[in-house]
Design a protein around this ligand. Structure first.
Ligand SMILES: *Cc1c(COP(=O)(O)O)cnc(C)c1O
Length: 370
């Protein structure tokens, strides 16, 4: 029997294992979002979010959205992509394709470059599209494609965005706080992030960093009232949010941002992810290969599931030992499993994981027949 009070580690890519201090922060006082005390909290968080990439973000403002990461992505595309121009969406996974879908639903016909999920973005194809289609308003990309664990090469895309003077819109939902995000260097107009992935807080709040000048000088293209970044920005700058925010989750987010800063910021966190991933790769039995040969992030690794092991069996085995692993999505559903190293994971968790893995079907020789 598993002890219900035993520690459970989430190795899925968000929500993450929380620190006790972040969890307890949610027990803060009952306040109204029209009180100055809320205003102060919101202002601190908006500043802290910008400070995560302080050197690159002086010209940006953080706009908070109550909702999961998808709401921030949808708000970003809805507000910033005009109807009479076309966004170029570069896809190599679920989340890129989801952004193309969002634009279609917003009746903004995107140009879509659909690549293989296991392949890097095709930089030459992006350049060709930019050359041939001067009506492209934005290049839309996912930074860390959680589908496969690839960290897309936004240095290369960013160079094109400068050369063709086309701003970039980034889904940074699974990288914000855990990988470098040089906004200016990549000509990023906006990027969307969330509280409950690399920032190690609870789900409920997401946000967009947007060039302040874009928010202040141009109109919104949003057909959504709730997800319009410009009205939300104006309201948040006045000190009060346009709608009722998830107040308790903001207590948690502030604490998580303090803990990120204490740890040494995004760079220190990405270093600790790198070390954890290195450890993890050593613990995975040799017959289990990574899905990607190169280009995978330090945040999440996708592994090919051996033919003789159903995902559910592996999940159940690890779950009984206190670890939650993540399946593949869509066409990768029964083909891979994914392990993320986000969250409050400690050395002894990795020791227990090692023991669990070595007792799992992954470590036993291939069984033939029944
Ligand atoms: C998790 C994720 C999202 C969606 O986030 P939700 O919080 O589930 O809405 C979007 N993009 C990427 C790259 C993600 O990893």
């Amino acid at each position: 029997m598993t002890d219900p009070a035993a520690r459970v580690c989430l190795l899925n890519p968000g929500p993450v294992t929380l620190t006790e201090t972040v969890r307890k922060a949610m027990l803060g006082p009952d306040i109204c979002h029209r009180e100055p005390v809320f205003s102060d909290l919101m202002n601190r968080i908006r500043n802290q979010l910008r400070e995560v990439y302080a050197e690159e973000s002086t010209a940006y403002s953080a706009v908070l959205t109550t909702g999961s990461g998808t709401s921030a992505v949808e708000a970003m595309l809805g507000t910033l992509v005009p109807h009479d121009q076309r966004a170029l969406v570069c896809c190599n996974g679920v989340y890129g394709e989801r952004m193309a879908n969002m634009l279609l639903l917003q009746q903004k016909e995107p140009l879509v470059l659909k690549g293989e999920w296991t392949a890097p973005l095709d930089i030459d194809a992006i350049e060709k599209m930019l050359k041939q289609n001067p009506e492209i308003s934005h290049v839309v990309v996912v930074h860390h494609e959680t589908t496969t664990g690839r960290l897309n090469d936004l240095d290369a895309v960013g160079a094109l965005c400068h050369r063709y003077e086309t701003p970039m819109l980034v889904d940074a939902v699974s990288s914000f706080g855990g990988a470098d995000l040089p906004l200016k260097r990549w000509n990023v107009q906006a990027c969307a992030g969330t509280a409950n992935k690399c920032l190690h807080s609870v789900p409920g709040i997401s946000f967009t960093l947007v060039e302040t000048a874009r928010l202040e000088t141009q109109q919104s293209h949003s057909h959504s009232l709730y997800l319009d970044l410009i009205t939300n920005h104006n309201a948040q700058c006045s000190g009060f949010p346009a709608f009722t925010p998830a107040i308790q989750t903001l207590y948690a987010l502030e604490q998580a941002l303090v803990e990120l800063a204490e740890e040494g910021g995004w760079f220190a966190r990405s270093e600790s992810y790198r070390q954890r991933t290195e450890l993890l790769l050593k613990q995975i039995p040799e017959r289990v290969k990574t899905l990607l040969d190169e280009g995978h992030s330090q945040i999440l690794t996708a592994f090919n599931l051996p033919d003789d092991i159903p995902f559910d069996d592996l999940y159940d085995h690890l779950r009984a030992d206190g670890f939650v692993i993540y399946a593949g999505q869509k066409q990768l559903m029964d083909k891979i499993f994914r392990l993320s190293v986000m969250g409050d994971l400690r050395n002894d968790d990795f020791q227990r994981l090692h023991q669990s893995l070595s007792r799992s079907a992954l470590s036993s020789p291939t069984r033939t027949g029944h």
